[in-house]
Ligand binder design. Structure first.
Ligand SMILES: NC(=O)c1ccc[n+]([C@@H]2O[C@H](COP(=O)([O-])OP(=O)(O)OC[C@H]3O[C@@H](n4cnc5c(N)ncnc54)[C@H](OP(=O)(O)O)[C@@H]3O)[C@@H](O)[C@H]2O)c1
Length: 337
């Protein structure tokens, strides 16, 4: 039985859900992967806890001040880092230092926040390549909706020609509510905020930045593009009026905020904006907090995935899918005698 030590940096809703799900799956990791997976460290911005024998869920309620930061994670002896801190694509956020230090040390790293991947994606990819560490990103790339995995596993070997994605659940909810129930943007937003799935400051979602981040992560990490935020034309939904919604309804079209990539001359053009779909299109039927992706390839035609899940559990599930990919790759299968 191989022992694998995991640390989690960032203990908000997603970090805690990830810790709990990981601990609840320990028997599975033993049985399927032959791995004794231990949570040896966890921290927030001010406090944390570590124990090389492994932490249990109840101990995460009693963090100790001062136990935090990339050096704290390194000292815990973790083999794998799961980073779940705040996202800030303009500065890279606190995740940048954790991810950089982890990859430099050759530690396999599962990233859930998007900021560092946008701010310093190329450097982080180079660090992972040079140290041989895995850098896994499902939680940052639309989480429960498979995006990177579709390209890297299901469509392996194909050339991706075009991608379209409804990548942000909040904006899909807002546009869906405005279209199907005829309510205004402000009313729909208040409803989403009261339901706890739109931020008090919703601009990162409504102005299209979150969709742009996920699109860039997919483009750069799965399709080997080299795009920055400056390369993406970004339009949000914040100024969609009732008149515009009514015009789409009259034409029998359903508006969606979509991130898209188009290959031409071996480069990708990226944009985020509203597209309106006829009712028979799969995208027109993605309702509420749903997400979807359509990938067109040279050999396998069009592939569509539609997915969503209850947050923060769904994002925790995506990060731990990455963990299982790492366990499969790192632990050699032994053949029964
Ligand atoms: N929520 C979702 O449904 C969802 C889905 C996909 C991806 N994500 C991404 O997942 C990440 C976490 O989301 P969340 O909802 O859990 O956010 P959150 O509740 O705001 O939690 C963020 C956590 O990061 C911690 N943190 C801040 N600075 C830190 C530092 N320097 N070192 C260690 N920890 C630090 C905070 O610590 P303190 O508590 O001490 O301030 C807090 O525990 C975000 O990047 C988000 O974009 C979220």
């Amino acid at each position: 039985m191989r022992t694998l030590r995991v640390a989690i940096a960032g203990l908000g809703g997603v970090g805690r859900a990830t810790a709990e799900l990981l601990l609840s799956r320990r028997a599975r990791y033993r049985h399927i992967h032959g791995a004794d997976v231990r949570l040896v460290a966890a921290c927030g911005s001010q406090s944390g806890l570590s124990d090389e024998e492994g932490l249990e869920a109840d101990r995460l309620q009693r963090l100790e001040n001062g136990l935090t930061g990339p050096d704290f994670i390194a000292a815990s002896g973790a083999d794998i880092l799961i980073e779940a801190g705040p996202s800030d694509f303009r500065t890279g956020g606190p995740g940048l230092a954790y991810i950089g230090s982890s990859l430099s040390a050759g530690r396999d790293t599962i990233v859930i926040s998007k900021g560092a991947l946008i701010h310093s994606g190329r450097r982080l990819r180079d660090l992972a390549r040079d140290s041989g560490a895995y850098l896994k990103l499902s939680g940052a790339a639309a989480a429960a909706l498979p995006t990177i995995d579709l390209v890297e596993h299901s469509l392996k070997g194909c050339e991706v020609l075009e991608v379209e994605g409804i990548l942000n659940a909040t904006t899909n909810y807002l546009l869906d509510a405005m279209t199907t129930r005829g309510i205004g943007f402000d009313e729909a937003l208040l409803e989403a905020q009261q339901g706890g799935f739109a931020e008090a400051d919703p601009r990162n979602d409504t102005e299209g930045w979150d969709t742009a981040c996920k699109l860039l992560i997919l483009a750069n990490f799965a399709l080997d593009a080299d795009l920055t935020m400056a390369d993406v034309a970004v339009e949000g939904i914040q100024s969609v009026t009732a008149d515009r919604i009514n015009a789409w309804r009259r034409e029998g079209l359903v508006p969606k905020l979509v991130g898209s990539l188009k290959r031409s001359d071996n480069k990708f053009r990226a944009e985020v904006g509203i597209k309106a779909y006829p009712p028979a299109d799969a995208f027109a039927n993605v309702h509420g907090k749903g997400k979807a992706i359509r990938i067109t390839t040279d050999a396998m035609g069009e592939t569509i995935a539609i997915g969503s899940g209850r947050e923060p559990l769904a994002t925790a599930g995506a990060a731990l899918k990455d963990l299982e990919h790492i366990l499969t790759a790192r632990i050699p299968k032994t053949r029964p005698e």
